[in-house]
Design a protein around this ligand. Structure first.
Ligand SMILES: CC(C)(COP(=O)(O)OP(=O)(O)OC[C@H]1O[C@@H](n2cnc3c(N)ncnc32)[C@H](O)[C@@H]1OP(=O)(O)O)[C@@H](O)C(=O)NCCC(=O)NCCS
Length: 456
């Protein structure tokens, strides 16, 4: 999607809805440093974060200068330059099953000041973002959510999970064979270049991951503020394969929980960034992490619900999985582009009758799946505009195998995180012909569990 993000016109509906509340909806000019700094201040306040120091502010301003940044302003306030609501968005790839990527629209920094909440401001912003995504040609919109009850009303659904994985270090006995490469410590600034290419390859092989941006890697590695307390606590280790090619890295720190000072078990090795371009690198880095002395527990955040770790050590009960969260939320906007982007598990045909209150994805879609798992999707019918015509279409039988489902349910099954038959058990998907669910379960399943390992 090569274009200037500022060329997308301001959504007139969102603008009118906010104007009716006496508020101004604006796109922040990335060249206006003062406006961007005021916007960053509002964004941080919205998430109850500290004010940024100079290094953090410089990093955030440069990240948001590459995004489409909207602010909502109340001209009656004493400080009218600080927005009362924020949202930022950008076009980015989302990895899908089959090793490819689909054009997505990431939405982030959704905040509304407590002084202006519950009067429809977030709704106006989110409806505006769906319009922006369509204008940008995205097949879907995506976000990570602070609460699970916020976004389904706009057609989003949880599509990839993440979990905290904790290992009781002293119980670890490694049973997998040694990897042929080696792990070494590297300085964060040395890691910076290789990190981008490893992260790109790790993202490509994991459905549910989104493209990384430079400011994210800087924050992970602490390279934007090397002297900060957080950066000084960071250690970086890299795995090189037998040909000395970097294939993975982990960024971690050791925390000392309060308690008995003589007890090593109070020390926790924590990481929230382990990127592996190969399975070999992933195994080697887990081994490195779990074979530290003076450490009681190893804790990885936002890990996959499908880690190979239990199969690498003798005592799988040394592992605790907690905080399993609905991490990536998707909103399909263009079912043809979205469905054709991924690969499927086998051949067949299906008809999907999709309901979508907001209209974008509504209609009947006929899909042919080839033996190689490619899908050819044909929009047989758009959504009828009025409710009685929609009901009539719903009751009309389809030919062949098919499902009737809402756009949120389509988002939930899209990456293979949940089987259509489970949603049918929940009464949220209906098969139009007996046998359709079994076929849909097979086709939509993903060999690798979808997983998103960052917040955005
Ligand atoms: C969550 C937040 C953005 C909502 O903003 P808001 O302007 O008060 O929301 P709106 O008034 O536009 O409400 C839109 C809809 O969401 C619902 N809603 C809003 N906040 C909600 C909450 N915390 N839980 C459940 N529903 C909520 C409203 O009831 C409304 O429903 P309806 O339109 O279907 O009747 C705001 O409270 C906030 O900034 N929270 C802190 C930061 C945050 O968590 N942001 C989300 C990041 S993912």
């Amino acid at each position: 999607m090569p274009f200037d993000l500022r060329d997308i016109p301001l959504d007139p509906k969102a603008e009118a809805a906010l104007a009716a509340r006496g508020l101004e909806y604006r796109v922040v000019d990335p060249g206006d440093r003062a406006a961007l700094e005021a916007w960053v201040a509002a964004d941080r306040r919205g998430f109850h974060e500290n004010r940024a120091d100079d290094a953090e502010l410089a990093r955030e301003v440069s990240v948001f200068a590459d995004r489409r940044v909207h602010g909502v302003y109340d001209p009656t306030l004493d400080a009218p330059e600080i927005p009362v609501a924020t949202v930022a968005s950008w076009p980015t790839g989302l990895s899908v099953p089959g090793g490819r990527s689909v054009d997505g629209w990431a939405v982030s920094s959704v905040t509304v000041a407590p002084t202006h909440r519950r009067r429809g401001v977030a709704r106006a912003l989110m409806e505006g973002e769906l319009q922006n995504a369509v204008a940008a040609g995205a097949a879907l919109a995506m976000l990570t959510a602070s609460e699970a009850t916020l976004y389904e009303r706009y057609g989003f659904a949880p599509a990839a999970r993440a979990a905290t994985v904790e290992v009781a270090r002293r119980r670890v006995e490694w049973v997998a064979p040694l990897e042929p490469g080696r792990v070494q410590f590297v300085a964060p600034e040395v890691m910076r270049t290789a990190a981008a290419s490893i992260a790109r390859r790790a993202v490509a092989r994991t459905p549910g991951e989104i493209d990384r941006w430079p400011g994210l890697l800087d924050r992970m590695l602490g390279t934007h503020a090397p002297d900060s307390e957080r950066s000084r606590s960071i250690r970086v280790a890299r795995y090189d394969d037998r040909h000395d090619q970097p294939q993975g890295f982990v960024v971690f720190r050791v925390r000392h929980d309060p308690g008995d000072a003589d007890n090593d078990d109070r020390s926790v090795l924590e990481f929230d960034f382990l990127a592996a371009a190969t399975d070999e690198a992933e195994r080697a880095l887990w081994r490195f992490l779990t074979e530290h002395d003076l450490i009681g527990r190893v804790r990885g955040r936002l890990r996959s619900v499908d880690e190979p770790l239990p199969w690498l050590i003798a005592d799988r009960r040394a592992i605790t999985v907690s905080d399993v969260v609905d991490h990536l939320w998707l909103r399909i906007l263009d079912p043809v582009a979205a469905l054709e982007a991924r690969r499927y598990s086998g051949s067949g045909s299906l008809v999907l009758d999709i309901d979508d209150r907001q209209g974008y994805a509504a209609g009947r879609f006929e899909i042919e799946f080839s033996a190689k798992g490619h899908a050819e999707v044909h929009r047989a019918e758009s959504a009828p505009a009025d409710a009685s015509a929609r009901a009539a279409r719903r009751s009309r039988p389809t030919q062949g195998l098919g499902l009737r489902l809402g756009v949120a349910e389509l988002g939930a099954i899209y990456l293979g995180d949940v089987a259509p038959s489970l949603l049918a058990r929940a009464g949220r998907v209906v098969e139009t012909t007996p046998g359709s669910l079994a076929v849909a379960d097979r086709l939509f399943s993903s060999p690798r569990a979808p997983h998103l390992s960052i917040w955005f």
